[in-house]
Write a protein that binds this ligand. Structure first.
Ligand code: SF4
Ligand code: SF4
Ligand code: FES
Length: 255
């Protein structure tokens, strides 16, 4: 066991500050273990959200030394021997208490998205899709809703009217739906006008923090932006649609 210095943000919506704790740390411990020790030994009322302790529920996301991380997957031996470990709540969401934030805004964005709408079955009575299509949308389904990508997205951090942009987590949900060949819904007008695809300037900060290594920007957001361009701005596609008389929707619905 070695003693390690932790700075943990304590407070609530009315304000707070960092408090220092010295804690014994043993081999194999992760940051969440140490927080639990501190909670058990000296700070019984310290609030921290967690569930699985296996990197799969997304509950324990916090900022550790300024970067969003899962506390249960951040090993103590990833820090220098004399490094102070600073733990604070995700900055983008309102604080409830200590390390726990109110992430309910994200669930509201989720509800704005039109759900999967299955296409009619084929002549053989089956739904079929190619394996490459399965693989493409499977990547987006790995999301554990830790909301760390939402936390680092400067569009969500800086803008007060946050409903203008649903954020990277929901852009990949949209990508998973739009790229599913069995889905019959059209969300392109909403992606442009309601979900705010134009706000993303492809900084890739979201992709860098994703614990599931989802290529949020290159595989999700950029292809959605390309679909918006095809619909609204591609002159060849516009002429083609004019000649063929094919109608596509350009006005968004209320969501
Ligand atoms: S790439 Fe887009 S969605 Fe991701 S953090 Fe940057 S602005 Fe936000
Ligand atoms: S996309 Fe990645 S970073 Fe964003 S919520 Fe899902 S798992 Fe977390
Ligand atoms: S406790 Fe579930 S991801 Fe950390």
């Amino acid at each position: 066991m070695t003693k390690r210095k932790f700075r943990i943000w304590r407070g609530d919506a009315n304000g707070g500050d960092f408090q220092e704790y010295m804690q014994d740390v043993g081999e194999g411990m992760v940051v969440l273990d140490v927080i639990h020790r501190i909670q058990a030994d000296v700070a019984n009322d310290l609030a921290v959200r967690w569930n699985c302790k296996a990197g799969k529920c997304g509950s324990c996301s916090v900022e550790i030394n300024g970067k969003p991380k899962l506390a249960c997957m951040t090993r103590m031996n990833s820090f220098g021997p004399d490094e102070t470990i600073t733990v604070q709540p995700l900055k983008t969401f309102p604080i409830i208490k200590d390390l726990v934030t109110d992430v309910s805004w994200n669930y509201k964005q989720n509800k704005r998205i039109a759900p999967f709408k299955p296409k009619p079955k084929g002549a053989d009575g089956q739904h079929r899709m190619y394996q490459e299509d399965v693989d493409r949308v499977q990547e987006f389904r790995k999301c554990i809703e830790c909301f760390m990508c939402q936390d680092v997205c400067h569009v969500l951090r800086d803008r007060e009217g946050k409903n203008d942009f649903v954020g990277p987590r929901f852009m990949i949900r949209l990508a998973g739906l739009e790229m599913n060949p069995l889905d019959d819904a059209d969300r392109i007008p909403e992606i442009r006008h309601k979900y705010g695809s134009g706000f993303c300037n492809i900084t890739r900060c979201c992709t860098e923090v994703c614990p599931e290594h989802i290529n949020i920007t290159d595989n999700g957001i950029i292809p959605l932006k390309e679909r918006v361009v095809d619909r609204y701005f591609d002159p060849i596609k516009l002429i083609g649609r004019k000649l063929s008389g094919k109608k596509v929707r350009t006005e968004p619905q209320d969501v």
